[in-house]
Design a protein around this ligand. Structure first.
Ligand code: HEM
Length: 223
């Protein structure tokens, strides 16, 4: 039963929609948390510390954080695997395989595929930059995310990588949110406009909220 559901196109689209919404929730929380940087190093670093102690004394140090990490990894893998399988299916199902007059997939589909690849690469870079410090530009210090973020956005390539990724996030959510609503049955002709407006607003809010941080560092508001 579960096997049949997973094998079906609708099943894979449902996996994409649900995992996408989980990641969207995380992004909203992450964006709001990032804005604390405008209240100074004390508040921002304190917030990062709280992320590790949340749920205590029931939870041990970092247990909640690891729980969130596991959920996110499962969501990312499920999202990527179903995206890959759906696009393989789409290419195979094309009857006019050898006729190249028309582009293979629609503009939105191609944007989603490229956007997804850019975001996957960005997440790896981002973790190596601000969680492990492996590719970090300054003297990375665990527990001092304020200074780490300022260092990242003090290099031209740090700003370029993050701003390109944030624009990709916006485009991806703009189309993805609407598609998820269709898959989960929330779409209808009367609601189409409202769904598109919500998708646009969410995309704009997230992109602007995230980009505010590099812009804050570049303009010297955050230093
Ligand atoms: C300007 C934009 C961003 C800034 C300044 C930023 C900042 C940070 C910082 C400082 C951390 C480390 C937190 C800590 O260890 O306490 C972090 C972790 C993380 N961020 Fe971001 N982030 C941004 C955008 C994004 C985006 C767009 C995504 C997803 C597409 C993302 C996903 C993550 C993930 C998955 C982690 C790892 C959490 C962990 O396992 O510790 N971030 N971010």
């Amino acid at each position: 039963m579960a096997r049949t559901a997973w094998d079906s196109t609708v099943g894979k689209k449902t996996v994409m929609a649900v995992s996408g919404l989980i990641m969207l929730l995380y992004l909203v929380a992450h964006m709001i948390g990032n804005l604390k940087i405008f209240f100074g190093a004390g508040e921002f670093n304190h917030y990062a510390h709280w992320l590790r102690t949340v749920g205590e004394p029931f939870m041990h140090y970092e247990w909640t954080l690891w729980l969130i990490r596991v959920v996110l990894v499962v969501a990312v893998v499920a999202h990527a695997v179903s995206a890959y399988q759906l696009s393989r299916r789409d290419i195979k199902a094309r009857p006019n395989k050898y006729v190249h007059r028309k582009p293979r997939a629609s503009y939105a589909t191609r944007t989603m595929r490229w956007g997804g690849i850019i975001l996957a690469l960005f997440i790896v870079w981002h973790i190596l930059d601000l969680t492990t410090g492996t590719v970090h530009s300054g003297g990375f210090e665990t527990g001092k995310p304020y200074q780490n973020v300022v260092d990242t956005f003090s290099t031209w390539y740090g700003n370029v990588i993050y701003i390109v990724a944030m624009l990709a996030v916006g485009l991806h959510i703009r189309h993805g949110f609407w598609s998820a609503a269709q898959t989960l049955g929330a779409g209808s002709r009367t609601r189409d406009r409202a769904l598109r407006t919500t998708a646009n607003a969410l995309a704009l809010l997230l992109t602007a909220g995230f980009i505010a941080v590099p812009v804050g560092v570049m303009t010297g508001v955050v230093s």
